[in-house]
Ligand binder design. Sequence first.
Ligand SMILES: C[S@@+](CC[C@H](N)C(=O)[O-])C[C@H]1O[C@@H](n2cnc3c(N)ncnc32)[C@H](O)[C@@H]1O
Length: 235
Amino acid sequence: MAETMISYRYTWMIHDYIESVVDQREYQRAGGTCWRNPFSCFMCHAANILLQQYMNKTINDAVILDGTYGEGRFWKACKKRIRMLIGVDIYDRKKIVAPDIFIKGDIVSSKTIDALREYAPFDLIVIDPPYSTGITSTYARPADHANSFQWERIVKNIDKLATLQESSAVLLVKGMIRHGSNGIDYATTPFFISDNAHSYRLMHILYYRIIHRRRTTVKRLVYNNYVYVAVLVRK
Ligand SMILES: C[S@@+](CC[C@H](N)C(=O)[O-])C[C@H]1O[C@@H](n2cnc3c(N)ncnc32)[C@H](O)[C@@H]1O
């Protein structure tokens, strides 16, 4: 059965794009793969809904490019359903989920973009570059810290990806809310993204609430933070 909506807990519109909050637990409730990989269930679900909304397709018919593939964790819940998944990364890491095609390279270099033309147009492009917010520093890979400048660099060059997509195709950019103020303030990144994306229109910011549970010797700590996915649509 076709999915028709993302269960937004809260939705509002202050700017000319929609903002919504979803909660990790809403996805975990589905159990199975979603219990252990709620973010993948969120991404697969969001990708499917957005493809239906903007491209009149589902992930079953879609050609998807993940430009910062990493281990491919995003696709754990839906790889089998995707028609074609292309992964790009500057490192050829050990994959949790293997893409159909993998290209080692810098996603915004002309060399990589030229190599990707063979598989274009992409119905959906996903970008999750490393960022160093301080919040996840104890978990993040050292390589991600060393490359944390890539988030800003890739977003500044985001229009280069537009040559791989047709009108109304979707681009998802993952970012993180940062509570400090070193360098770019991640709370203002929707504006930073839309200022650099002249070939795309920012439609939606999906805030995803992550719940961390940690048991210490004295008490059980529960705290949360947010990541977000900016939804851009090719003009
Ligand atoms: C946060 S991880 C992505 C994790 C991935 N979404 C997953 O589910 O496994 C960021 C990735 O971006 C890659 N990266 C950094 N700069 C890049 C660039 N310029 N082009 C392509 N990949 C890049 C890193 O090597 C790293 O694997």
